[in-house]
Design a binder for this molecule. Sequence first.
Ligand code: GDP
Ligand code: MG
Length: 599
Amino acid sequence: MQIRNFSIIAHIDHGKSTLSDRLLMRAGAITEREFQNQILDDMDLERERGITIKASAVTVFHDHTYPDGRTERFMLNFIDTPGHVDFHYEVQKALQACEGAILVVDSTQGVQAQTVANAYAAVEVGLEIVPVINKIDLPSADPVRVAEEIEQVLGFPAEDAILVSAKTGQGIDELITALCDKLPPPTGKPELPTRALIFDSIYDDYRGVITYVRVIDGELRKGMKIRFMGTNKLYQITDLGKLMPRPKQVEVIGTGEVGFIVAAIKDLHDVRVGDTITDAGNPAPAALPGYKPSQQMVYCDFYPSGKTQYDELRDAMDRLSLNDSSFSFEPESNDALGFGFRCGFLGLLHMEIIQERLEREFNIEMIQTAPTVTYEIKKTDGTVFRIDSPSQLPDPNHVEEIREPFIEMNLILPGDCVGNLMKLCEDRRGIYKKTEYIGATRVMLQYELPLAEVIYDFYDRLKSATKGYGTMDFDLIGFRSGNLVKLDILVNGDKVDALSVIVHRDHAEKRGRGLLVRLKEEIDRHLFEIPLQAAIGGKIIARETIKSVGKNVTAKCYGGDVTRKRKLLEKQKEGKKRMKRVGSVDIPQQAFMAILESG
Ligand code: GDP
Ligand code: MG
């Protein structure tokens, strides 16, 4: 039997998950009805948001007929990946477990920013790429133009692209044939000591940790004693299986195959994604290279609130981090908010998803502070270190430089929107790099931007500046010195650390004023007057006052026709109002996120 391992990569919404389901259906692994229900996006959140968050590997079989009439059975293991820029880490993990990739491009949209980013990532890992042009059932499909774009931008010959409709099934047989013919087989050696790469894991209440692996050399067998090479833990395999897409038990996972193992692992910390499993009786001399640690870009605090205790929050985060190793958390305490955690995420969407998963899957109630990026600090004594919270900034008299993370951003948009887009990038302190044309009507722009300027609402602004057609992708390129200052917020005379932000000096006053206006809207009136102040290094630069109740009740409370841009905040508003008492003032959750809307 032949084995082929591949990932399905694309810009978001170009049809990866639908194509995955179609491949399952074509192989008889799911029914038409299951196809309609989008079997692979099974996490509630994925369904609701219509995006794939986790990469999952499934196995199907196909009887392939060679041009000479011979037939042979193929085991196809494939991974549907998330397209969103925040989930590059998930995509990277998937790519390293494969020899090939299907690059899906929507025939009505053409090459987009994440098409380019994902294609480069696959080329970098050395994968064979099969370009696929999807949605050819749509009247507005323009596969010829899109094939030309693929050739022009990515360098894959236009005639190699396979035209399909994941929705109707058109072209799928041709695609499967191409996969069997073109993708290289795995190169591992069955006779070598076992080495299996852990690319994912989940915690199951009854069976303990379930570990998803790609076997590189040797094999994994039921009953085998295994060693996790990184954590140096020993276990015995009690069960192993494959997702087809439902879990199915097998006796062996052979060289080049993927599957999952169960070994009564109760301690979550014994299993690390990227670690190598070997045969304890015949260990491999060296572990696989594993994964580069993920780069957290955005930080915020989570504090337990309502009925949730600190320990519950910690346990929930422990479990979730097993399933998503790309977020980090460390204990943090704060005068205003008590004991909680400082958490790091790959991006804002990632942060929202972790927060929602904690609330839904673990029934956690919490308060979240506004996200910030990491800063690099150079002190006057020459020492350099990083901080991920404004409150960690040392006394300004001892700070020589504050450096902020910069990204290189690629944007693809219609040519007639370039002016709008350039204005947006300039407002966000962007540095123009270059323009390239894609076909006759679209351009690819490159900018360098401070990450702090894009983590909030850049994506929404990009969409409105380009009538919805613009797409973007970015990479961190390093830290650069900037004219940055810490903006402190005082509520009723008390400095609230969790509300401090680091901002560019030129924007400080505007930001400060905006923040106070938002806080005034969010904090309810109390029996006394509450002064709100914004300060830089002790100097007050803006002030507002929340009047006491009793004086003029009608004026506030219902006021404020504020446009709620972020869905997340809307949802929180509907829910129970979560409060934290700071001094004698009750501050609701939304107030801690006010910075997001004060730009
Ligand atoms: P993903 O983000 O790349 O996983 O994209 P999805 O598979 O979730 O698809 C995005 C949207 O495009 C969904 O509404 C699908 O129903 C739709 N879609 C996917 N493939 C096709 C296709 O071949 N034809 C049509 N008409 N719609 C499709
Ligand atoms: Mg998807």
